[in-house]
Design a protein around this ligand. Structure first.
Ligand code: HEM
Length: 454
Protein backbone atom coordinates (compact mmCIF):
# COMPACT_ATOMS: atom_id res chain seq x y z
CA UNK A 1 0.00 0.00 0.00
CA UNK A 2 2.90 2.43 0.86
CA UNK A 3 1.91 6.08 0.41
CA UNK A 4 -0.06 5.47 -2.79
CA UNK A 5 -2.90 3.18 -1.64
CA UNK A 6 -5.28 4.75 -4.19
CA UNK A 7 -3.06 3.42 -7.01
CA UNK A 8 -2.45 -0.06 -5.55
CA UNK A 9 -6.16 -0.47 -4.87
CA UNK A 10 -7.07 0.74 -8.38
CA UNK A 11 -4.78 -1.98 -9.79
CA UNK A 12 -6.48 -4.61 -7.63
CA UNK A 13 -9.89 -3.38 -8.77
CA UNK A 14 -8.88 -3.96 -12.39
CA UNK A 15 -8.36 -7.63 -11.49
CA UNK A 16 -11.09 -8.24 -8.90
CA UNK A 17 -13.79 -5.74 -9.87
CA UNK A 18 -15.47 -2.63 -8.46
CA UNK A 19 -16.22 -4.12 -5.02
CA UNK A 20 -13.53 -6.14 -3.31
CA UNK A 21 -12.69 -7.24 0.18
CA UNK A 22 -9.24 -7.23 1.79
CA UNK A 23 -7.77 -7.83 5.19
CA UNK A 24 -5.54 -4.92 6.18
CA UNK A 25 -3.93 -6.52 9.18
CA UNK A 26 -6.99 -7.71 11.09
CA UNK A 27 -9.36 -5.15 9.63
CA UNK A 28 -11.82 -6.29 6.96
CA UNK A 29 -11.77 -3.56 4.35
CA UNK A 30 -14.16 -3.17 1.41
CA UNK A 31 -12.92 -1.15 -1.56
CA UNK A 32 -15.39 0.47 -3.95
CA UNK A 33 -14.06 1.48 -7.38
CA UNK A 34 -16.95 2.33 -9.73
CA UNK A 35 -19.54 5.11 -9.88
CA UNK A 36 -22.44 2.58 -9.70
CA UNK A 37 -21.05 0.89 -6.59
CA UNK A 38 -20.27 4.28 -5.03
CA UNK A 39 -23.94 5.20 -5.47
CA UNK A 40 -24.96 2.00 -3.66
CA UNK A 41 -22.68 2.79 -0.71
CA UNK A 42 -23.04 6.57 -0.50
CA UNK A 43 -26.74 6.85 -1.37
CA UNK A 44 -28.79 3.63 -1.35
CA UNK A 45 -27.25 2.21 1.86
CA UNK A 46 -25.97 5.52 3.28
CA UNK A 47 -27.77 5.14 6.63
CA UNK A 48 -26.09 1.78 7.40
CA UNK A 49 -22.67 2.65 5.96
CA UNK A 50 -22.05 6.10 7.43
CA UNK A 51 -20.24 5.38 10.67
CA UNK A 52 -16.52 6.05 10.69
CA UNK A 53 -13.52 3.85 11.13
CA UNK A 54 -11.47 5.92 13.60
CA UNK A 55 -7.67 6.17 13.40
CA UNK A 56 -6.20 5.44 16.84
CA UNK A 57 -4.49 8.87 16.92
CA UNK A 58 -7.90 10.54 16.83
CA UNK A 59 -9.01 8.89 20.05
CA UNK A 60 -6.70 11.44 21.75
CA UNK A 61 -8.67 13.57 24.23
CA UNK A 62 -11.73 11.45 23.32
CA UNK A 63 -11.88 13.26 20.02
CA UNK A 64 -13.77 10.33 18.51
CA UNK A 65 -16.58 10.96 21.01
CA UNK A 66 -16.96 14.67 20.20
CA UNK A 67 -15.47 15.49 16.78
CA UNK A 68 -18.04 15.74 13.98
CA UNK A 69 -15.66 14.02 11.53
CA UNK A 70 -15.30 10.79 13.51
CA UNK A 71 -18.46 10.40 15.58
CA UNK A 72 -20.75 7.58 14.47
CA UNK A 73 -24.21 8.68 13.28
CA UNK A 74 -25.65 9.78 16.63
CA UNK A 75 -27.69 12.62 18.16
CA UNK A 76 -24.46 14.57 18.91
CA UNK A 77 -23.19 14.12 15.33
CA UNK A 78 -26.57 15.32 13.98
CA UNK A 79 -26.47 18.35 16.28
CA UNK A 80 -22.96 19.29 15.12
CA UNK A 81 -23.90 18.86 11.45
CA UNK A 82 -26.94 21.12 12.04
CA UNK A 83 -24.66 23.79 13.51
CA UNK A 84 -22.34 23.47 10.50
CA UNK A 85 -25.21 23.71 8.00
CA UNK A 86 -27.31 26.42 9.61
CA UNK A 87 -24.78 28.55 11.46
CA UNK A 88 -21.27 28.12 10.08
CA UNK A 89 -21.45 27.27 6.38
CA UNK A 90 -24.76 28.85 5.34
CA UNK A 91 -24.51 31.34 2.47
CA UNK A 92 -25.74 34.05 4.81
CA UNK A 93 -22.93 33.47 7.33
CA UNK A 94 -20.24 33.09 4.66
CA UNK A 95 -21.43 36.29 2.96
CA UNK A 96 -21.29 38.09 6.31
CA UNK A 97 -17.66 37.11 6.98
CA UNK A 98 -16.25 37.31 3.45
CA UNK A 99 -14.54 40.58 4.40
CA UNK A 100 -12.23 38.52 6.67
CA UNK A 101 -11.13 36.44 3.68
CA UNK A 102 -10.85 39.48 1.36
CA UNK A 103 -7.98 40.84 3.54
CA UNK A 104 -6.09 37.55 3.28
CA UNK A 105 -6.51 37.42 -0.50
CA UNK A 106 -5.12 40.99 -0.70
CA UNK A 107 -2.13 39.86 1.38
CA UNK A 108 -1.57 36.96 -1.00
CA UNK A 109 -1.61 39.27 -4.03
CA UNK A 110 0.71 41.80 -2.33
CA UNK A 111 3.20 39.09 -1.42
CA UNK A 112 3.23 37.66 -4.94
CA UNK A 113 3.66 41.22 -6.33
CA UNK A 114 6.80 41.64 -4.19
CA UNK A 115 8.19 38.33 -5.48
CA UNK A 116 7.39 39.42 -9.01
CA UNK A 117 9.45 42.63 -8.60
CA UNK A 118 12.41 40.56 -7.49
CA UNK A 119 11.86 37.88 -10.15
CA UNK A 120 11.78 35.25 -7.39
CA UNK A 121 10.30 31.79 -7.89
CA UNK A 122 7.62 30.87 -5.36
CA UNK A 123 7.09 27.53 -3.65
CA UNK A 124 3.38 27.33 -4.48
CA UNK A 125 2.57 24.59 -1.94
CA UNK A 126 4.05 26.58 0.93
CA UNK A 127 2.31 29.82 -0.11
CA UNK A 128 -0.98 27.95 -0.62
CA UNK A 129 -0.68 26.44 2.86
CA UNK A 130 -0.11 29.80 4.58
CA UNK A 131 -2.92 31.43 2.64
CA UNK A 132 -5.38 28.58 3.19
CA UNK A 133 -4.70 28.36 6.90
CA UNK A 134 -5.11 32.13 7.28
CA UNK A 135 -8.33 32.16 5.24
CA UNK A 136 -9.63 29.48 7.58
CA UNK A 137 -8.29 30.83 10.87
CA UNK A 138 -9.76 34.24 10.04
CA UNK A 139 -13.13 32.88 8.92
CA UNK A 140 -13.27 30.78 12.09
CA UNK A 141 -11.49 32.88 14.74
CA UNK A 142 -10.49 36.25 13.19
CA UNK A 143 -6.80 35.57 13.82
CA UNK A 144 -3.83 34.71 11.60
CA UNK A 145 -2.27 31.28 12.08
CA UNK A 146 0.58 32.07 9.66
CA UNK A 147 2.56 35.03 8.34
CA UNK A 148 2.61 35.16 4.57
CA UNK A 149 5.99 36.92 4.24
CA UNK A 150 8.31 35.57 6.92
CA UNK A 151 9.64 38.29 9.22
CA UNK A 152 10.59 38.96 12.80
CA UNK A 153 7.07 38.44 14.05
CA UNK A 154 6.52 35.34 12.00
CA UNK A 155 3.54 33.59 13.51
CA UNK A 156 4.94 30.14 12.79
CA UNK A 157 3.84 28.21 15.81
CA UNK A 158 0.16 27.67 15.05
CA UNK A 159 0.87 26.93 11.39
CA UNK A 160 3.48 24.32 12.30
CA UNK A 161 1.19 22.83 14.93
CA UNK A 162 -1.60 22.23 12.39
CA UNK A 163 0.90 20.88 9.85
CA UNK A 164 2.35 18.46 12.40
CA UNK A 165 -1.11 17.27 13.46
CA UNK A 166 -2.05 16.32 9.89
CA UNK A 167 1.34 14.60 9.43
CA UNK A 168 0.90 12.61 12.65
CA UNK A 169 -2.56 11.30 11.72
CA UNK A 170 -1.17 10.40 8.29
CA UNK A 171 1.62 8.13 9.60
CA UNK A 172 0.64 4.47 9.00
CA UNK A 173 -0.13 3.20 12.48
CA UNK A 174 0.18 -0.51 13.37
CA UNK A 175 -2.54 0.04 15.97
CA UNK A 176 -5.02 0.77 13.17
CA UNK A 177 -4.35 -2.60 11.52
CA UNK A 178 -4.00 -4.68 14.72
CA UNK A 179 -6.45 -3.08 17.19
CA UNK A 180 -5.06 -5.03 20.15
CA UNK A 181 -1.89 -2.95 19.82
CA UNK A 182 -3.93 0.12 20.81
CA UNK A 183 -3.26 -0.89 24.39
CA UNK A 184 0.44 -0.17 23.99
CA UNK A 185 0.49 2.40 21.14
CA UNK A 186 3.82 0.94 19.92
CA UNK A 187 4.79 3.86 17.65
CA UNK A 188 3.66 6.47 20.20
CA UNK A 189 1.42 8.09 17.56
CA UNK A 190 -1.53 8.61 19.87
CA UNK A 191 0.79 9.99 22.55
CA UNK A 192 2.17 12.50 20.03
CA UNK A 193 -1.34 13.48 19.00
CA UNK A 194 -2.37 14.00 22.62
CA UNK A 195 0.52 16.47 22.92
CA UNK A 196 -0.52 18.41 19.81
CA UNK A 197 -4.26 18.41 20.46
CA UNK A 198 -3.71 19.71 24.00
CA UNK A 199 -1.63 22.55 22.56
CA UNK A 200 -4.24 23.35 19.93
CA UNK A 201 -7.05 23.35 22.50
CA UNK A 202 -4.90 25.75 24.58
CA UNK A 203 -4.70 28.10 21.58
CA UNK A 204 -8.50 27.88 21.09
CA UNK A 205 -9.21 28.47 24.76
CA UNK A 206 -7.05 31.61 24.89
CA UNK A 207 -8.92 32.99 21.89
CA UNK A 208 -12.31 32.00 23.35
CA UNK A 209 -11.46 33.68 26.71
CA UNK A 210 -10.39 36.90 25.00
CA UNK A 211 -13.52 36.93 22.86
CA UNK A 212 -15.81 36.30 25.83
CA UNK A 213 -14.24 39.31 27.60
CA UNK A 214 -14.70 41.46 24.51
CA UNK A 215 -18.32 40.36 24.20
CA UNK A 216 -19.00 41.42 27.79
CA UNK A 217 -17.61 44.91 27.12
CA UNK A 218 -19.63 47.92 26.02
CA UNK A 219 -19.71 48.60 22.33
CA UNK A 220 -18.66 45.13 21.24
CA UNK A 221 -19.06 44.85 17.49
CA UNK A 222 -19.60 41.27 16.33
CA UNK A 223 -16.93 39.98 13.99
CA UNK A 224 -19.38 37.63 12.29
CA UNK A 225 -16.77 34.88 12.30
CA UNK A 226 -17.60 31.27 13.19
CA UNK A 227 -16.52 31.77 16.80
CA UNK A 228 -19.14 34.49 17.25
CA UNK A 229 -21.80 32.09 15.90
CA UNK A 230 -20.66 29.35 18.30
CA UNK A 231 -20.59 31.73 21.27
CA UNK A 232 -24.11 32.93 20.40
CA UNK A 233 -25.22 29.30 20.69
CA UNK A 234 -23.14 28.86 23.87
CA UNK A 235 -24.80 31.87 25.50
CA UNK A 236 -28.28 30.75 24.40
CA UNK A 237 -27.98 27.17 25.59
CA UNK A 238 -24.85 25.74 27.18
CA UNK A 239 -26.17 22.24 26.85
CA UNK A 240 -26.30 22.49 23.11
CA UNK A 241 -22.87 24.13 22.74
CA UNK A 242 -20.29 23.89 25.51
CA UNK A 243 -16.53 24.46 25.51
CA UNK A 244 -15.68 20.83 24.96
CA UNK A 245 -17.88 20.54 21.88
CA UNK A 246 -16.50 23.84 20.61
CA UNK A 247 -12.85 22.74 20.95
CA UNK A 248 -13.43 19.50 19.06
CA UNK A 249 -15.46 21.20 16.32
CA UNK A 250 -12.82 23.92 15.86
CA UNK A 251 -10.17 21.18 15.62
CA UNK A 252 -12.06 19.44 12.78
CA UNK A 253 -12.61 22.67 10.87
CA UNK A 254 -8.98 23.82 11.03
CA UNK A 255 -7.32 20.42 10.55
CA UNK A 256 -9.91 19.20 7.97
CA UNK A 257 -9.88 22.39 5.94
CA UNK A 258 -6.21 23.30 5.58
CA UNK A 259 -4.36 20.54 3.66
CA UNK A 260 -7.39 19.88 1.48
CA UNK A 261 -7.64 23.41 0.09
CA UNK A 262 -3.82 23.84 0.00
CA UNK A 263 -3.11 20.85 -2.18
CA UNK A 264 -6.11 21.44 -4.46
CA UNK A 265 -4.76 24.91 -5.24
CA UNK A 266 -1.26 23.53 -5.89
CA UNK A 267 -2.69 20.89 -8.26
CA UNK A 268 -4.86 23.42 -10.08
CA UNK A 269 -1.91 25.72 -10.80
CA UNK A 270 0.22 22.72 -11.78
CA UNK A 271 -2.37 21.61 -14.34
CA UNK A 272 -2.61 25.15 -15.74
CA UNK A 273 1.17 25.45 -16.10
CA UNK A 274 1.16 22.08 -17.85
CA UNK A 275 -1.65 23.20 -20.16
CA UNK A 276 -0.87 26.76 -21.29
CA UNK A 277 -3.91 26.93 -23.61
CA UNK A 278 -6.22 26.26 -20.68
CA UNK A 279 -4.37 28.86 -18.59
CA UNK A 280 -4.88 31.44 -21.40
CA UNK A 281 -8.58 30.60 -21.67
CA UNK A 282 -9.05 31.03 -17.91
CA UNK A 283 -7.28 34.38 -18.01
CA UNK A 284 -9.41 35.52 -20.95
CA UNK A 285 -12.57 34.69 -18.99
CA UNK A 286 -11.31 36.67 -16.01
CA UNK A 287 -10.33 39.64 -18.17
CA UNK A 288 -13.73 39.70 -19.86
CA UNK A 289 -15.88 39.21 -16.75
CA UNK A 290 -13.83 40.90 -14.02
CA UNK A 291 -11.57 43.22 -16.01
CA UNK A 292 -7.79 43.64 -15.73
CA UNK A 293 -6.73 45.62 -12.66
CA UNK A 294 -9.90 44.70 -10.74
CA UNK A 295 -10.18 42.32 -7.79
CA UNK A 296 -12.44 39.29 -7.71
CA UNK A 297 -15.16 39.07 -5.11
CA UNK A 298 -16.84 35.89 -3.90
CA UNK A 299 -20.07 37.06 -5.53
CA UNK A 300 -18.27 36.92 -8.93
CA UNK A 301 -17.62 33.17 -8.77
CA UNK A 302 -21.04 32.25 -10.21
CA UNK A 303 -20.16 34.29 -13.33
CA UNK A 304 -16.92 32.37 -13.98
CA UNK A 305 -17.95 28.98 -15.44
CA UNK A 306 -14.52 28.19 -16.88
CA UNK A 307 -12.75 28.83 -13.58
CA UNK A 308 -15.34 26.60 -11.89
CA UNK A 309 -14.73 23.90 -14.49
CA UNK A 310 -10.97 24.06 -13.77
CA UNK A 311 -11.56 23.43 -10.07
CA UNK A 312 -13.89 20.48 -10.81
CA UNK A 313 -11.42 18.98 -13.25
CA UNK A 314 -8.60 19.39 -10.72
CA UNK A 315 -10.64 17.56 -8.08
CA UNK A 316 -11.51 14.78 -10.55
CA UNK A 317 -7.89 13.98 -11.36
CA UNK A 318 -6.42 14.91 -7.97
CA UNK A 319 -9.05 14.25 -5.29
CA UNK A 320 -7.39 15.30 -2.07
CA UNK A 321 -9.02 12.51 -0.05
CA UNK A 322 -8.61 9.78 -2.72
CA UNK A 323 -10.34 7.10 -0.59
CA UNK A 324 -12.71 9.61 1.11
CA UNK A 325 -12.66 9.35 4.92
CA UNK A 326 -13.08 5.67 5.78
CA UNK A 327 -16.68 4.66 6.52
CA UNK A 328 -17.71 1.75 8.73
CA UNK A 329 -20.69 -0.61 8.38
CA UNK A 330 -23.17 -0.37 11.27
CA UNK A 331 -24.90 -3.62 10.20
CA UNK A 332 -24.44 -6.36 7.59
CA UNK A 333 -25.44 -4.83 4.25
CA UNK A 334 -25.92 -6.57 0.92
CA UNK A 335 -24.69 -4.54 -2.04
CA UNK A 336 -25.34 -5.93 -5.55
CA UNK A 337 -25.20 -9.49 -4.24
CA UNK A 338 -22.06 -8.97 -2.09
CA UNK A 339 -22.20 -8.87 1.71
CA UNK A 340 -20.48 -5.99 3.52
CA UNK A 341 -20.16 -7.37 7.06
CA UNK A 342 -20.98 -5.32 10.15
CA UNK A 343 -17.87 -3.49 11.40
CA UNK A 344 -16.05 -3.56 8.02
CA UNK A 345 -14.13 -0.48 6.99
CA UNK A 346 -15.11 0.96 3.59
CA UNK A 347 -12.91 2.91 1.19
CA UNK A 348 -14.47 4.59 -1.84
CA UNK A 349 -11.62 5.04 -4.32
CA UNK A 350 -12.70 8.33 -5.89
CA UNK A 351 -9.27 8.65 -7.49
CA UNK A 352 -9.91 5.44 -9.49
CA UNK A 353 -13.52 6.44 -10.26
CA UNK A 354 -12.39 9.87 -11.49
CA UNK A 355 -10.05 8.19 -14.00
CA UNK A 356 -12.35 5.30 -14.99
CA UNK A 357 -12.53 5.16 -18.81
CA UNK A 358 -16.07 3.70 -18.49
CA UNK A 359 -17.21 6.88 -16.77
CA UNK A 360 -15.08 9.51 -18.54
CA UNK A 361 -14.03 10.15 -22.13
CA UNK A 362 -10.24 10.58 -22.44
CA UNK A 363 -10.19 9.98 -18.72
CA UNK A 364 -6.56 10.99 -18.10
CA UNK A 365 -6.84 14.26 -20.03
CA UNK A 366 -7.18 17.54 -18.10
CA UNK A 367 -10.13 19.09 -19.93
CA UNK A 368 -12.34 21.63 -18.10
CA UNK A 369 -14.42 21.88 -21.30
CA UNK A 370 -16.10 18.58 -20.38
CA UNK A 371 -18.25 20.40 -17.77
CA UNK A 372 -19.35 23.37 -19.87
CA UNK A 373 -23.07 23.29 -20.63
CA UNK A 374 -23.59 20.27 -18.32
CA UNK A 375 -25.00 19.98 -14.81
CA UNK A 376 -22.12 17.71 -13.76
CA UNK A 377 -21.13 18.89 -10.30
CA UNK A 378 -19.13 17.96 -7.22
CA UNK A 379 -22.00 18.28 -4.74
CA UNK A 380 -22.52 14.56 -4.24
CA UNK A 381 -25.22 13.83 -6.83
CA UNK A 382 -22.96 12.63 -9.66
CA UNK A 383 -21.25 9.49 -8.43
CA UNK A 384 -18.46 9.59 -11.01
CA UNK A 385 -17.32 12.83 -9.32
CA UNK A 386 -17.54 12.86 -5.53
CA UNK A 387 -14.29 14.42 -4.20
CA UNK A 388 -16.27 15.79 -1.21
CA UNK A 389 -18.07 12.49 -0.59
CA UNK A 390 -21.84 12.27 -0.70
CA UNK A 391 -24.91 11.57 1.41
CA UNK A 392 -25.13 12.21 5.12
CA UNK A 393 -21.38 12.56 5.58
CA UNK A 394 -20.63 14.79 2.62
CA UNK A 395 -18.02 17.41 3.51
CA UNK A 396 -19.80 20.22 5.38
CA UNK A 397 -16.96 22.62 4.48
CA UNK A 398 -17.71 22.38 0.73
CA UNK A 399 -19.29 25.86 0.40
CA UNK A 400 -16.32 27.52 2.12
CA UNK A 401 -13.74 25.41 0.26
CA UNK A 402 -15.29 26.49 -3.06
CA UNK A 403 -15.12 30.16 -2.13
CA UNK A 404 -11.50 29.85 -0.97
CA UNK A 405 -10.29 27.91 -4.01
CA UNK A 406 -11.90 30.16 -6.64
CA UNK A 407 -10.74 33.30 -4.87
CA UNK A 408 -7.14 32.12 -4.51
CA UNK A 409 -6.82 30.73 -8.03
CA UNK A 410 -8.76 33.53 -9.73
CA UNK A 411 -6.70 36.22 -7.98
CA UNK A 412 -3.40 34.55 -8.90
CA UNK A 413 -4.49 34.33 -12.55
CA UNK A 414 -5.97 37.79 -13.05
CA UNK A 415 -3.04 39.64 -11.50
CA UNK A 416 -0.04 37.60 -12.71
CA UNK A 417 1.43 35.69 -15.60
CA UNK A 418 3.19 32.52 -14.51
CA UNK A 419 6.15 30.56 -15.80
CA UNK A 420 8.04 27.56 -14.52
CA UNK A 421 11.37 27.95 -12.74
CA UNK A 422 14.67 27.31 -14.63
CA UNK A 423 12.95 27.41 -18.04
CA UNK A 424 11.38 24.05 -17.33
CA UNK A 425 9.00 22.95 -20.11
CA UNK A 426 5.35 22.16 -19.23
CA UNK A 427 5.76 18.51 -20.20
CA UNK A 428 8.71 18.18 -17.80
CA UNK A 429 6.58 18.82 -14.68
CA UNK A 430 6.72 15.82 -12.36
CA UNK A 431 3.09 14.78 -11.74
CA UNK A 432 3.83 12.01 -9.21
CA UNK A 433 1.50 12.07 -6.21
CA UNK A 434 1.49 10.53 -2.74
CA UNK A 435 -0.56 10.78 0.41
CA UNK A 436 1.16 13.12 2.84
CA UNK A 437 -0.51 13.71 6.16
CA UNK A 438 -4.18 13.45 5.37
CA UNK A 439 -4.16 14.47 1.75
CA UNK A 440 -2.96 13.58 -1.73
CA UNK A 441 -0.20 15.98 -2.66
CA UNK A 442 2.31 16.50 -5.41
CA UNK A 443 5.56 14.74 -4.50
CA UNK A 444 7.75 17.47 -5.94
CA UNK A 445 6.75 21.00 -4.91
CA UNK A 446 5.60 23.27 -7.69
CA UNK A 447 7.87 26.31 -8.11
CA UNK A 448 6.80 29.10 -10.44
CA UNK A 449 7.79 32.70 -11.23
CA UNK A 450 5.06 35.37 -11.30
CA UNK A 451 5.05 38.51 -13.44
CA UNK A 452 2.65 41.24 -12.37
CA UNK A 453 0.26 42.09 -15.18
CA UNK A 454 -0.56 45.73 -14.48
C1 HEM B 1 -15.38 15.49 5.47
C2 HEM B 1 -13.16 16.47 1.23
C3 HEM B 1 -12.48 21.08 2.65
C4 HEM B 1 -14.40 20.01 6.98
C5 HEM B 1 -14.85 15.38 4.20
C6 HEM B 1 -14.89 14.18 3.39
C7 HEM B 1 -14.25 14.44 2.23
C8 HEM B 1 -13.83 15.83 2.26
C9 HEM B 1 -14.01 13.49 1.07
C10 HEM B 1 -15.54 12.83 3.79
C11 HEM B 1 -16.89 12.72 3.10
C12 HEM B 1 -17.58 11.38 3.19
O1 HEM B 1 -17.27 10.57 4.07
O2 HEM B 1 -18.49 11.14 2.35
C13 HEM B 1 -12.78 17.81 1.26
C14 HEM B 1 -12.15 18.50 0.15
C15 HEM B 1 -11.94 19.80 0.55
C16 HEM B 1 -12.47 19.92 1.90
C17 HEM B 1 -11.81 17.86 -1.20
C18 HEM B 1 -11.33 20.96 -0.18
C19 HEM B 1 -10.84 20.92 -1.40
C20 HEM B 1 -12.99 21.21 3.91
C21 HEM B 1 -13.07 22.44 4.66
C22 HEM B 1 -13.60 22.13 5.89
C23 HEM B 1 -13.87 20.71 5.91
C24 HEM B 1 -12.63 23.81 4.13
C25 HEM B 1 -13.90 23.02 7.07
C26 HEM B 1 -13.52 24.27 7.20
C27 HEM B 1 -14.80 18.68 6.94
C28 HEM B 1 -15.41 18.00 8.06
C29 HEM B 1 -15.70 16.68 7.63
C30 HEM B 1 -15.26 16.61 6.25
C31 HEM B 1 -15.70 18.59 9.45
C32 HEM B 1 -16.34 15.56 8.42
C33 HEM B 1 -17.83 15.48 8.20
C34 HEM B 1 -18.51 14.26 8.81
O3 HEM B 1 -17.86 13.24 8.98
O4 HEM B 1 -19.71 14.34 9.10
N1 HEM B 1 -14.21 16.38 3.47
N2 HEM B 1 -12.96 18.69 2.29
N3 HEM B 1 -13.49 20.19 4.69
N4 HEM B 1 -14.73 17.83 5.87
FE1 HEM B 1 -13.94 18.30 4.06
Amino acid sequence: MDNKPHKSLAKLAKIYGPILSLKLGQVTTIVISSADMAKEVLQTHDSSLSDRSVPHALTAFNHDQFGVGFLPLSPLWREMRRVCKNQLFSNKSLDANQYLRRNKIDELVNYVSQCSLKGDAIDIGSLAFKTSINLLSNTILSVDFATISAGINDNKENKDLVMNMAKTVGVPNMSDFFPLLRLIDPQGIKKTYVFYIEKLFGVFNNIIDQRLKLREGDGFIAKNDMLDSLLDLFEENQKEMDREKMEHLLHDLIVGGTDTTTYTLEWALTELLRNPNIMSKAKRELEEIIGLGNTIEESDIARLPYLQAIIKETLRLHPIAPLLLPRKAKTDVEVNGYMIPKGAQIFVNVWAIGRDPNAWECSNLFSPERYLGTKLDIKGQNFQLTPFGSGRRICPGLPLAMRMLHMMLGSLLISFDWKLENDMKPEEIDMEDAIEGLALRKCESLRAIPTKII
